[in-house]
Every structure is written in C-alpha cells, then in structure tokens.
Write a protein that binds this ligand. Structure first.
Ligand code: FES
Length: 103
C-alpha cells in the first residue's frame, strides 16, 4: 500500500467531483463539505467513465446506463453485488492524499 498526493482540497468545489488522471488507474474525487472521497473512475457495469456522469451528493451517476454509487462507500445503490473501489483518504497540508494498493 502506498500513499499518493492527489489534488489540492481547494481544487474540488463543495458538492462537485473532479477527475484526476493517474498512471495506475484514473480516480474521481468527490467533495461533500469538508469530506473528500477518492474512488476509481470506472463503472463495474461496462467500464463507463464515472467522472463524465453526474454527482448528486452523495451519489455518482454513471453516464452510460445511469447506475448510481454512493461516494461514501462506493456501493451501487441498485445492487448489493456492485461497487466501485474507494480508497482511504487523509488531508495533509491542504492536499488530498489517498492510499492505493501496490501494483
Ligand atoms: S457502464 Fe456504468 S451503468 Fe453501464
């Protein structure tokens, strides 16, 4: 497991999401007030780019077939068997850091 700095907190407006390119898999950062969530930017249904969809806190809506995921858990709200990966987050000196598994 390794921690990586993702983006500055003030680059993610409250109630919005921001896509962040990353070599080992793009992520999407969601903000709800002072809480930040870092999740994989890929829908488990057919690999849709979640960051191209909508964020209606706390739900991320996939642009392709409208599956919805709770950004706080990564869980799909339509199925107990579908979820997106959510990574542990820490805020360090105004930057959002996330912990990723080793490649
Ligand atoms: S690819 Fe996301 S709902 Fe189909």
């Amino acid at each position: 497991m390794a921690w990586e700095t993702i983006i500055a907190t003030d680059a993610v407006p409250d109630g919005e999401m921001v896509a962040v390119p990353r070599g080992d898999g793009d992520v999407v950062v969601c903000r709800m007030g002072d809480d930040f969530y870092v999740l994989e930017d890929r829908c488990p249904h057919a690999n849709g780019p979640l960051s191209m969809g909508n964020f209606s806190p706390p739900h991320l809506v996939c642009p392709w077939h409208a599956w919805e995921f709770d950004c706080r858990s990564g869980q799909c709200i339509h199925s107990d068997h579908a979820a997106i990966q959510r990574y542990p987050v820490e805020i360090r000196d105004g930057r959002i850091c996330a912990e990723f598994p080793d490649a």
